[in-house]
Design a protein around this ligand. Structure first.
Ligand code: ADP
Length: 399
């Protein structure tokens, strides 16, 4: 069975074609600058053939056509006919409270995704463009929506209700939803597999550290709390997002800057590693600057590691202990320094990093705790696409 996975952004479309007989990726790529002059397509077949093409891609429907043509193109084809495509899985950022699991896209599901758009204005409308374009180009194919918020729908009310008047939850659905759910789900389950234990028996803390970051407490396979919130600024300091701040800071900025748009820009795009270091939102640049003596760059790294440590501590308390801590995404998979500094001093909780394994290790699955460490520490490269492909296959088969 062949499954196409789409991650549709406002001006980009990422895709992967899976052969589900062995979960291999037949082709993948990205269409960039959709609707902007000079669109670019990067397409990889299998593991090596990389094709880069320029084309004018006016909208997402054209982008889908370009992708399907590439999948069928003679010499590089990975499909003989579009009939081979069993279903299409879509990453959808916000599923609101109604979608606690992946679902086949119906008119009602489209309406629900639309209804959540005010909670994810940068993402849901773009995700919908991908769904609508497929419906136009391949009207008979089954579409499945896989939500970033779904995995966190198991959080109890005491984790997701904010301490503001309850009517804002009742009237406006103001609450914590949390994101990166597909990644946390994958990493937690893979952690259990690598440890050879049933996930139901484990308390796992999954640290998804990328440009956007979040930490989740996964108890018995279920998310019980997460560092993100209603939007994408809470929790850890991120590339350009502020992380946990006092609401008073927001009020002060509103007084001083005078507009929601300006303050939103500050908190989403000018803060985080970039805002503190003044160097870059990219951790590699910030680490390099810290190494050459830049104090603010060092401070930015310290703030990140302190926040990771605090969440590990609080989630350990919440679960009454922790069995495994897993690191994933660009920073989690690659930065031995951030892993080391955030775990430093947590030995009293039974968290013992094996420095000889951790130092210099990047980008591959590994257990990086010492043999005698009661808490296992792992690197688990995330794979959200395979989760989307699996859910899509399962739902398409049961249709
Ligand atoms: P996104 O949230 O956009 O998917 P990624 O998961 O790709 O982000 O993570 C991007 C982050 O990972 C950047 O801050 C980048 O600096 C960091 N990163 C990638 N490789 C390394 C590395 N070798 N060392 C340190 N940080 C790295």
């Amino acid at each position: 069975m062949k499954i196409l996975v789409l991650n549709s952004g406002s001006s980009s479309l990422k895709y992967q074609l899976f052969d589900m007989t062995n979960e291999s990726v037949l082709a993948k790529g990205i269409v960039e600058r959709i609707g902007i002059p000079g669109s670019l397509i990067r397409h990889t077949r299998g593991t090596n053939d990389v094709i880069v093409r320029k084309a004018e891609v006016a909208d997402h429907t054209v982008a889908i056509r370009v992708v399907l043509d590439l999948l069928l193109e003679r010499e590089i084809s990975v499909l003989t006919s579009l009939d081979e495509l069993a279903a299409v899985g879509h990453r959808v950022v916000h599923g609101g409270e109604k979608n606690a699991a992946s679902t086949i896209v119906t008119n009602e599901v489209v309406r629900e995704i639309e209804a959540c758009s005010y909670l994810a204005p940068l993402h849901n409308p773009a995700n919908l463009m991908g769904i609508r374009s497929i419906q136009k180009v391949l009207p008979n194919v089954t579409n499945v929506a896989v939500f970033d918020t779904a995995f966190h729908q198991t959080m109890p009310a005491k984790a997701y209700i904010y301490g503001i008047p309850y009517r804002y939850y009742e009237e406006d659905k103001i609450r914590s939803y949390c994101f990166h759910g597909t990644s946390h789900y994958y990493v937690a389950n893979r952690t259990a597999e690598l440890l050879g234990k049933p996930i139901q028996s484990l308390r796992i803390i999954t640290c998804h550290l990328g440009n956007g970051s979040s930490i989740t407490a996964v108890q018995g396979g279920k998310s019980i709390d997460c560092s993100l919130g209603m939007g994408t600024t809470k929790g850890l300091i991120m590339g350009t997002r502020c992380g946990d701040i006092d609401a008073s800071v927001v009020l002060y900025l509103m007084e001083k800057e005078g507009s929601v748009a300006k303050v939103s820009d500050i908190l989403h795009k000018q803060s985080g590693l970039l805002g503190v270091s003044g160097v870059s939102s990219d951790l590699r640049d910030v680490e390099a600057a810290a190494d050459s003596g830049n104090e603010r760059a060092r401070l930015a790294c310290d703030i990140l590691c302190t926040a990771i440590k605090k969440y590990i501590g609080s989630f350990t308390a919440l679960m009454g202990g922790v069995d495994a801590i897993s690191f994933t995404a660009g920073i989690g998979e690659n930065s031995d320094r951030i892993r080391r500094e955030s775990l430093r001093g947590l030995e009293f909780l039974g968290i013992r990093l094996d420095h000889a394994i951790n130092d210099g290790l990047r980008g591959r699955e590994a257990i990086i705790s010492t043999e005698d460490s009661p808490v296992k520490i792992l690197i688990v490269p995330t794979n959200e696409e395979v989760v989307i492909a699996r859910d899509t296959e399962q739902l398409a088969c049961t249709r």
